[in-house]
Structures are given as C-alpha cells and as structure tokens.
Design a protein around this ligand. Structure first.
Ligand SMILES: [Zn+2]
Length: 192
C-alpha cells in the first residue's frame, strides 16, 4: 500500500480534519488526525493490518502488542494477518502495565503496534513493559508516522505513511489572531 493511498483513505473517511484545534500538548494546529474514524471500518482496519504485517512476514512474530486504546484495533489486525496472538498494555496510575491476566513467554518474539507515532513515547513504554515481562521485542509499527522518521524506539520501526501536522504555541497561532475559537479534537466542546 503506497503512502499516498493511505493518506487518501484517511481523507475519504473524514479522519484528517482541517480546522483550528487545541491539542492535548497545549499547542494549536490546523490539522488533526482521528485514526478511529478510519479504523471504524473493519475492512479498512484489516487492510492496514495486512499491509503492516507484510513488513514483518519473515520475522517469526508470535505476539503482537499495542498500547490501549489507540493501538488495539490495528494491533489486532496485524496479529490476525501474522497468525500471532494479540494483547494490549494499559496505564495504571500512569504506568504502562500488562493487566487482565495477559502474560508473555520467555523470549517470545514480539511486535509492538500503534495507530500513530508522534514522539514514540507510548511505543517505547510498551516495549519496556513487554521486555520486563520477558518478551523479545523485535520491531515496532504504526499506520502513520508524524515524527518525520525521527522517533527512535530502540528497535526497527516501520509506518505505512508519514504525515506532518504542524503545531504552534497559541501565542503565535494565526487562527487565534483572527479571533477563531480552538476546538478540542474528539469532543464538540470548545477548548478553555
Ligand atoms: Zn490557535
């Protein structure tokens, strides 16, 4: 799947939003990526999953793991395509954790999957959690890379497409200067 085709699918699903957004980082952006809107179509999720799995077809992956919530759907589809099992990590008191009785076999060859990599932080945390549980994490993957390829997660990492989403401090935001109100993505509420 070519990167242009991946982005086209996001646009077609209304998952690449244009407007004036207040991000959780506190920065403002004119674009916002809402992966859930493209992944709500199971056929689409399956095709992204197969495309990512193809990059690891010879890596003898037996476990795919993803950080909740964003990584769960795509991780599950990658696991299906690889014939691997799937589990997710989640935060407990801010710390990425394996819960729900999930466990890892010693040395189990593991791929960590996310929907979007921005800084790579949650992928790194997930890798750390799995290694602590005994896994051999051999790679990482995401549908979208927002880091321009710079996010270093300590293992080989692939993405189906790169996407730049420039974000600026509200003090220098053009839309704010025009008096436009910033919206928090994922809600219909206005940002404070
Ligand atoms: Zn603004």
């Amino acid at each position: 799947m070519r990167p242009e085709e991946v982005i086209e699918r996001f646009v077609a699903a209304g998952a690449l939003l244009e407007g004036h957004f207040a991000l959780t980082s506190g920065l403002h952006s004119t674009k916002y990526l809402q992966c859930a809107l493209v992944l709500q179509n199971p056929v689409q999720a399956e095709e992204f999953g197969r495309a990512l799995a193809a990059r690891f077809i010879d890596a003898r992956i037996s476990l795919v793991a993803a950080p909740a919530i964003g990584g769960i759907i795509i991780g599950h589809e990658v696991a299906r395509a690889l014939g691997a099992r799937f589990l997710w990590t989640e935060r407990e008191s801010g710390v990425m954790t394996l819960r729900r009785g999930f466990s890892v076999a010693p040395g189990e060859r593991t791929l960590v999957v996310e929907d979007v990599v921005t800084t790579g932080g949650s992928t790194r945390e997930t890798i750390d959690t799995l290694r602590a549980a005994g896994a051999d994490v051999v790679g990482a993957a995401s549908i979208i890379d927002r880091s321009s390829g710079t996010a270093d997660v300590g293992v080989p990492r692939v993405a189906l497409a790169e996407l730049q989403v420039p974000a600026v401090d509200p003090a220098v935001c053009e839309a704010c200067r025009r008096g436009e109100v910033a919206v928090k993505p994922g809600s219909r509420k206005r940002a404070p």
